[in-house]
Structure formats: structure tokens, C-alpha cells
Design a protein around this ligand. Structure first.
Ligand code: UDP
Length: 314
């Protein structure tokens, strides 16, 4: 197989660092760009000694200068949890718009292929379930989640425009809730929140009545899906996620069971515009990529709990 040189923006983040690791293990050369506003140095610390790995500390909302040829630009930089992107609303809008423009500009200058990490948030609070790629979504353009949702919708639009106008070889992955080792314990999402609360015997914080649903995909399955997408010539967006859908109450009960905690459950108001249902329709990924997630929730959550055990302060 050809050894490739691959730029990963957001390479020190949760998904980005797994991608760096996986591509290096297949002998590719990786240039990780991260400004560490939500990325974590520890995620890539074991890679720093690898001669195939290079770290550039910068904000990709600013011009990206890299010497030499590049085969792929994988654009994963962005705050991605609702808590993070509401804490960094302008940075989120900038990395999704200016950052995507810069990353595409780099791909154009180098003649590289380009992959955009998009999101199920482009569907907003969806009016159909499951969500196929043909669904245009139900996004509040000025709500608290809009800084992420609209930035990613813009990112998809400019990616497609660069494909149409400049003939860039592009891919768009619409990533649904993904979990696993290296999620930040304080990123505010349901997986780290519930696990950390359970490990500390504190109440699990359910927002709303807990009947809203999410469908959780283990990181290893997602990385496999991204690799298959890179290797399949499909320009249209492709949903990547695990279609097994759970209510948040069911998820809380699973965490209670697997941790054996003494935690109870507390209820808090549902955040504004919190999607009530979410399940990927992965027909396209199954048919075109021959991809389907293999690791079911309980199987992936066990090593994730193990990981968080080392992060919870006693
Ligand atoms: N949620 C919850 N308790 C928490 C954190 C999240 O009940 O401590 C809910 C949240 O309201 C949402 C779902 O869990 O309905 C998933 O939230 P998350 O922040 O993980 O990401 P989202 O899928 O909304 O982007």
C-alpha cells in the first residue's frame, strides 16, 4: 500500500487522536494540527516520538502553511460537545467556516483529497426518525446550538462548492454520537457525565424527562468507517453511527448496572433545542462503504468506564 502524508486538523481531540494513531499504525505520515482549546496534549503524547508524526500548534481559522506534498487533509478541528461549543461560540463558528475554507485551500494548493468531519447536528431537532442523508434538517439558526450546527452546514456547503468548482476529491462524514477512550471527562456530554458521576457515587444528571434518544457508536467502529469512506469515491454526505437507539433513561440504567454504583438519578430541565430523537439511517454506508458498526453499546462502554476510572479523582 502507498504510504501517504495526511494532515489531521483537530488531531489532538477525541476522534482526531484515534485517527492519528490508526493511520500511523498503518505506516502513514501524520501532521496533526491543533490549538488545544478542546484538544488535549496527553491524547497525542505517546505519538510524539514516532518519526512519522508531526505536531503543529495553531488555530486553523488562520492560514495554514505546510511544506511539501500532502495526500489527504482530514478536517476534524472543532469544539464538538454542546457545553464546549456554547463556551466557545465564535471559535466554533470560525473553525467551521474560516477553518474549513483554509483546510480546503490547503487541499487545493497541494492537490490533496479532503474529508470533512460533519455531524448529525446538521439535522437539528429532526422531524423524522431515523435520519437519512436526504433529510435537510430542522435547525434553529439563532439558537444556542446554531454556532455548531450552522458552521457545519456551511462547512458541508463550501466542501461541496470546492468539489464542484475546483474539482477537489472530497468526502463528507456525518458523524453521530461517538464515545470511547480519550473523551474528556469534563466535556459535558452524556457519556463522560454519567460515567464520572457513577464512579463518584454522585447522582446521574438526566436533562428533561430522559425519554429523548441517542444512538451511540464506539470509536473503533467510527475510525473504521472513516477509513472506508476515504477509500470509496462518494461525494455525497455519508452518515456514520450506530443505529441502535436508546433513551437517556435506558443509558443511565446501563451505566448504573455496569458500574455497580450507589448513585441515584436527578432530573434537570432539558437544554434549549436539545434534539428529542436521533438515529442514523446507515443504508448508504452499508451499501456504498460496506461498513456497519460491530461493537454494541455494552461492549464498548466497558473499556470506556475502565478509561474514566483512571481520570476520576478519588
Ligand atoms: N444529557 C443528560 N445529562 C447529562 C448530559 C446530557 O441527560 O448530564 C442528555 C442531553 O440533554 C441530550 C443527550 O443526553 O439529550 C445527549 O447529550 P450530549 O451532550 O451527549 O450530546 P448531543 O447528542 O446532545 O450532542
Amino acid at each position: 500500500m502507498k504510504v501517504m502524508k495526511i494532515v489531521i486538523t483537530g488531531g489532538a481531540g477525541f476522534i482526531g487522536s484515534h485517527l492519528c494513531e490508526s493511520l500511523l499504525s498503518h505506516n502513514h505520515n501524520v501532521i496533526c494540527i491543533d490549538n488545544f482549546i478542546t484538544g488535549v496534549k496527553e491524547n497525542i503524547a505517546p505519538l510524539l516520538d514516532n518519526p512519522g508524526f508531526k505536531l503543529i500548534e495553531q488555530d486553523v481559522s488562520k492560514y495554514i502553511a505546510i511544506e511539501g506534498n500532502i495526500d489527504w487533509v482530514l478536517h476534524f478541528a472543532s469544539p464538538a460537545s454542546p457545553i464546549d461549543y456554547q463556551k466557545y461560540p465564535i471559535q466554533t463558528l470560525k473553525v467551521g467556516s474560516l477553518g474549513t475554507h483554509n483546510a480546503l485551500g490547503l487541499a487545493k494548493a497541494k492537490g490533496s483529497c479532503f474529508l470533512l468531519a460533519s455531524t448529525s447536528e446538521v439535522y437539528g431537532d429532526p422531524l423524522c426518525n431515523p435520519q437519512p442523508e436526504s433529510y435537510w434538517g430542522n435547525v434553529n439558526p439563532i439558537g444556542p446550538r446554531s454556532v455548531y450546527d450552522e458552521a457545519k452546514r456551511f462547512a458541508e456547503a463550501i466542501t461541496f462548492a470546492y468539489h464542484r468548482v475546483h474539482k477537489i476529491d472530497t468526502r463528507i462524514a456525518r458523524i453521530f454520537n461517538t464515545y470511547g477512550e480519550r473523551m474528556r471527562i469534563d466535556d459535558g456530554r452524556v457519556v463522560p457525565n454519567f460515567i464520572a458521576q457513577a464512579l463518584k457515587d454522585e447522582p446521574l444528571t438526566i436533562y428533561g424527562n430522559g425519554k429523548q434518544t441517542r444512538s451511540f457508536c464506539y470509536i473503533r467502529d467510527l475510525i473504521d468507517g472513516i477509513w472506508k469512506l476515504m477509500n470509496t469515491n462518494i461525494k455525497e454526505p455519508v452518515n456514520l453511527g450506530n443505529p441502535n437507539e436508546f433513551t437517556i433513561i435506558e443509558f443511565a440504567e446501563l451505566i448504573l448496572k455496569l458500574t455497580g454504583t450507589k448513585s441515584k438519578i436527578d432530573y434537570y430541565p432539558l437544554p434549549v433545542d436539545d434534539p428529542k430523537i436521533r438515529q442514523p439511517d446507515i443504508t448508504r454506508a452499508r451499501q456504498k462503504l460496506n461498513w456497519t458498526p460491530k461493537i454494541q453499546l455494552e461492549q464498548g462502554i466497558i473499556p470506556t468506564i475502565q478509561y474514566f476510572k483512571s481520570k476520576v479523582k478519588p
